[in-house]
Design a protein around this ligand. Structure first.
Ligand SMILES: Nc1ncnc2c1ncn2[C@@H]1O[C@H](COP(=O)(O)OP(=O)(O)O)[C@@H](O)[C@H]1O
Ligand SMILES: [Mg+2]
Length: 379
């Protein structure tokens, strides 16, 4: 039994406000709906994926302060599904006592400079990096950088957007032009990693942390393609990953579900980036664990005790992009082992995340067979 916190818990049928109406908001809303909460979502697109599950939508831009005020008035607690929430809006909601995750986690994670600087200052291993603000600084920084490297915008990038890989010195001019578009940029050395993994965890308002099994991630075209869980990594890597996550969680005073992406090379890890929200590499938890990353997130922000996490069976999650929707529909008809999630997005653009599929099985050989059945045998 946990301490009795019921005096300040948010309880059904109270209302949870969600900023952002994509698939992450939708899956949070579905988890919350099971428990009996009401949902109100703020998103500029009518009938967005979360609105299809919510009781109410405020249809307005994310930084519209009138809309934010309306959300705060109507919701008992507010959360967000992405890190690019307007900071002024976040601080306003926090001051009203309705943003348990706080504005600071957003401030750090929406800016690669703040993110990497915080890690470095706390002894967390990161790829060697420099911060540059224009073409001249970029040229100087590249004199001291080993290639390959990558230059990324410090703000607003996702799914590989806003970054340019630099294979060799011959890419310096392209990098300089990239850094001349205005804003702040980070140049990182390219890590020739063995694997990419992520730590997805939830931290309660009391500071208790529940870790989900480590996830092993395969990206294609800079977009997450597959996640295997648990990750197949040496025990020392696992220990280093969890220790780094714990330090960062405490420094940032994380509340709710949070994800940290990292590279693994031998027994070493290098932290890549963080997300102050449920993460694509944690979707497998819906079928594979006794509690999903979404339910655990709702529990944390509503001041309910976290569940102790158990994974029933190994899992493989495969993203369904615009070009894969037909295959996912076929899987529904012909491959009952596939748990199919489609997000209700109206337009299926290529490379757009439209859904995901999860397989669970007793071992990785069986998961490989299911992957083959999905990718090759449905045609
Ligand atoms: N320094 C690096 N070394 C090796 N691979 C990298 C590096 N930076 C990015 N990548 C690759 O590009 C992907 C996307 O980069 P990331 O910084 O996570 O941006 P995004 O915000 O687009 O997810 C990573 O998952 C990784 O595969
Ligand atoms: Mg990333």
């Amino acid at each position: 039994m946990q301490k009795n916190k019921s005096h300040s818990s948010i309880l059904p049928p109270q209302t949870i406000g969600i900023i952002g109406g994509g698939q992450l908001g939708r899956m949070m809303a579905i988890a919350a709906r099971y428990m009996g909460y009401r949902i109100i979502v703020l998103d500029p697109t009518p009938n967005c994926p979360t609105a299809q599950i919510a009781d109410e939508q405020i249809t307005a831009p994310y930084d519209d302060m009138n809309a934010i005020r309306e959300l705060v008035e109507k919701a008992d607690v507010v959360t967000y599904e992405f890190e690019n929430v307007d900071l002024e809006a976040a601080r306003y909601i926090e001051a009203k006592g309705k943003l348990p995750q706080g504005a600071y986690a957003l401030e750090v994670t929406q800016n690669r400079e703040a993110e990497k600087t915080l890690m470095k200052e706390n002894g967390i291993p990161v790829p060697p990096f420099s911060i540059v603000r224009d073409g001249k600084e970029c040229r100087t920084a590249l004199e001291h950088t080993s290639f390959p490297a990558v230059i990324k915008t410090c703000r607003g990038g996702y799914d590989g957007k806003g970054q340019l890989k630099l294979e060799s010195e011959s890419d310096i001019e392209a990098a300089v032009r990239f850094a001349e578009q205005g804003g702040t940029f980070i140049i990182e050395e390219w890590i020739d990693f063995d694997k990419e993994i992520s730590v997805v965890f939830t931290r309660s308002q009391d500071g208790e942390i529940a870790f989900f099994p480590l996830a092993e991630n395969v990206h294609r075209d800079h977009i997450l393609a597959e996640t295997y869980a648990p990750a197949n990594v040496p025990e020392t890597v696992k220990e280093k990953a969890l220790a780094a996550a714990k330090v960062l969680a405490e420094k940032i005073n994380v509340v709710g579900t949070f994800a940290i992406e990292m590279f693994v090379k031998g027994d070493d890890i290098y932290i890549n980036e963080m997300a102050p929200r449920p993460h694509n590499s944690g979707h497998y938890t819906i079928e594979s664990c006794n509690v999903s990353q979404f339910e655990q997130h709702i529990r944390a922000i509503c001041l309910l005790p976290l569940k102790k996490i158990e994974q029933h069976k190994p899992a493989l999650m495969i993203n369904v992009l615009g070009e894969d929707v037909g295959r996912a529909q076929k899987a529904l008809q012909r491959l009952p082992e596939a748990s199919v999630h489609l997000y209700g997005k109206v337009e299926a653009k290529p490379k757009r995340k439209m859904g995901h599929i999860t397989f669970i099985a007793d071992n990785f050989e069986e998961l490989a067979a299911l992957k083959k059945a999905y990718e090759e045998d449905l045609d």
